[in-house]
Design a protein around this ligand. Structure first.
Ligand code: CMX
Length: 476
């Protein structure tokens, strides 16, 4: 945790003497033996279970020795200002630095691109590897990632009533609403909810959360593709191919796997959109709802409902709509002057420039940079990419002159739509569903960790304006 100077010796000592009772390890071993896959390498569940005593001990040591240390002050402005900067959440998978951007378990996006296993012949990391890294803190071997791809493929079947539910949705129900509906309905399959109803020990919570999370992630490509194919195509969805990786299957079920570059894009996209520490709306909501011991299905659906907001994940849909409109207004004249004028038109009409600004970041989002690099490699001459690049050149200056946003630089959503559209996935209203598939890979590891370390139900304190005035000694 930032700001805490924990003694390394104390931590090392704690790590050397795991004192957690053996019951949960035994139960973990039993549960993982119940669902075994042919593999010579250590499974994800066993890897997580093996690392858990150390994590529990770290937290115990930290709280015992430093539990009363002050992490910061909270101002009245922060209370009214969307809790910006208040240090109040634990999130193990990633930490976001305002200047540098996201690090997944301490690793930057370029480091992850280098270190995480790839598909045979592929260049982009597989999101399976990122899930492993986020959950365990370890970079998996190639074999472990292959096994995880196989396990997700094996768990991918969607119950027929969920398919029927999607099929009955009107085509003009937003894809994100259909996605959330289907995920909520998967509650019917929740191992966590069933075990809780029967009565389970707290030490078993994480194992059911793990099973549900794995099932959920495994089924998301088929669900997402069903929505896409129903709303925009012929309603037919290919079966999951058991020997292929997660992103290939998603691309194939959407109908784009013929293009190997699109498959590569999916691998990169699903990796970089997954996790962005704990305070963003989708991550925080998933974690908060989970703290009430709602199942992973209900927790993720809640988080995705937040992702569906235009200030959050829906911005990727908004960006492409806006760019297409923008293109009409600037025509073929991409001069700085013309772009500047069109940006001011957006701002003067009272709208935000979508894809720009961020609650935490104060520099160009490295997720934007990695997509830009992909575009420079695969579609350098695409006219829409050229427009995006030109907006990138001009918008920071215009937004700075406008003087409102604290961050005039682009975020992840400023680039993704143009890449998808280049490969023929032109239906903008579907874009946030892809973001949602990836976000599940980012937020569910924390939900498993939450239940494993016994995170409590969340309940911050609220006040009325009158009560706050009293607290600060103001007369209203
Ligand atoms: N264009 C115009 N004005 C902007 C702006 C933008 N891109 N970004 C922020 N501002 C304005 C805010 O609306 C706010 O104005 P008011 O004081 O009138 O309310 C002011 O600048 C200060 O905002 P901020 O502190 O810089 O930003 P916030 O933390 O409040 O909000 C965000 C962050 C992302 C919601 C905001 O920058 C925004 O609306 N951006 C456009 C939408 C977008 O790209 N969202 C995606 C974010 C990434 C993701 O979650 O997927």
């Amino acid at each position: 945790m930032a700001g805490l100077n924990v003694s390394r010796t104390a931590l090392r000592r704690a790590m050397a003497q795991p004192t957690v009772s053996r019951t949960w390890t035994q139960t973990a071993a039993k549960a993982s033996a119940a669902r075994t896959y042919a593999t010579a390498s250590k499974s994800l569940k066993d890897t997580f279970a093996d690392g858990l005593p150390e994590k529990i001990e770290q937290i115990k040591t930290l709280r015992k020795g430093y539990g009363d240390k002050v992490l910061g002050e909270v101002t009245l402005d922060q209370v009214y200002g969307g809790a910006r900067g208040i240090k109040s959440l634990v999130w193990e998978g990633s930490v976001l630095d305002s200047e540098e951007g996201i690090r997944f378990r301490g690793k930057t996006i370029p480091e992850c691109q280098e270190l995480l296993p790839k598909a045979p012949g592929g260049q982009e990391p597989l999101p399976e590897g990122l899930f492993w890294l986020l959950l365990t803190g370890e970079v998996p071997s190639e074999q472990q990632v292959r096994d995880l791809s196989a396990e997700w493929a094996a768990r991918s079947e969607v119950p027929s009533f969920v398919t029927e539910l999607i099929d009955r949705c009107p085509n003009d129900l937003h894809p994100m609403a259909q996605f959330s509906l289907a995920i909520t309905a998967l509650e019917h399959e929740s191992s966590f909810s069933k075990a809780y109803a029967k009565g389970m020990k707290k030490t078993e919570y994480w194992q059911h959360t793990f099973e549900d999370s794995m099932d959920l992630i495994a089924k998301l490509p088929t669900i997402a593709a069903r929505i896409y194919r129903n709303v925009f195509k012929d309603g037919k969805v290919a079966a999951t191919q058991k020997d292929k990786d997660y992103s290939w299957n998603l691309a194939n079920q959407l109908g784009f796997a013929d293009n190997k570059d699109f498959v590569e894009l999916m691998r990169l996209y699903l990796t970089i959109h997954s996790d962005h520490e704990g305070g963003n709306v989708s991550a925080h909501t998933t974690h908060l709802v989970g703290s009430a011991l709602s199942s992973p299905m209900l927790s993720l659906a809640a988080g995705l409902n937040g992702l569906a907001g235009p200030l959050h994940g829906l911005a990727n849909q908004e960006v492409l709509n806006w760019l297409l409109e923008f293109k009409k207004s600037v025509g073929s004249d991409l001069s700085d002057e013309n772009i500047k004028k069109a940006l001011w038109d957006t701002l003067n009409s009272g709208r935000v420039v979508p894809g720009y600004g961020h609650a935490v970041l104060r520099k160009t989002d490295p997720r934007y940079v990695s997509q830009r690099e992909f575009a420079l490699k695969h579609l350098p001459d695409d006219p829409m990419f050229k427009l995006v690049s030109q907006v990138y050149k001009v918008a920071p200056g215009v937004l700075t002159e406008h003087g409102k946003t604290k961050n005039p630089y682009p975020n992840v959503d400023a680039h993704s739509g143009v890449l998808l559209q280049y490969y023929g996935l032109t239906e903008q209203s579907f874009y946030t569903v892809l973001f949602g598939v990836s976000r599940a890979i980012g937020v569910l590891p924390q939900l498993i960790i939450d239940r494993a370390v016994g995170a409590p139900i969340e309940r911050p304190k609220s006040y009325s304006t009158e009560a706050l005035a009293k607290l600060v000694g103001a007369k209203l």
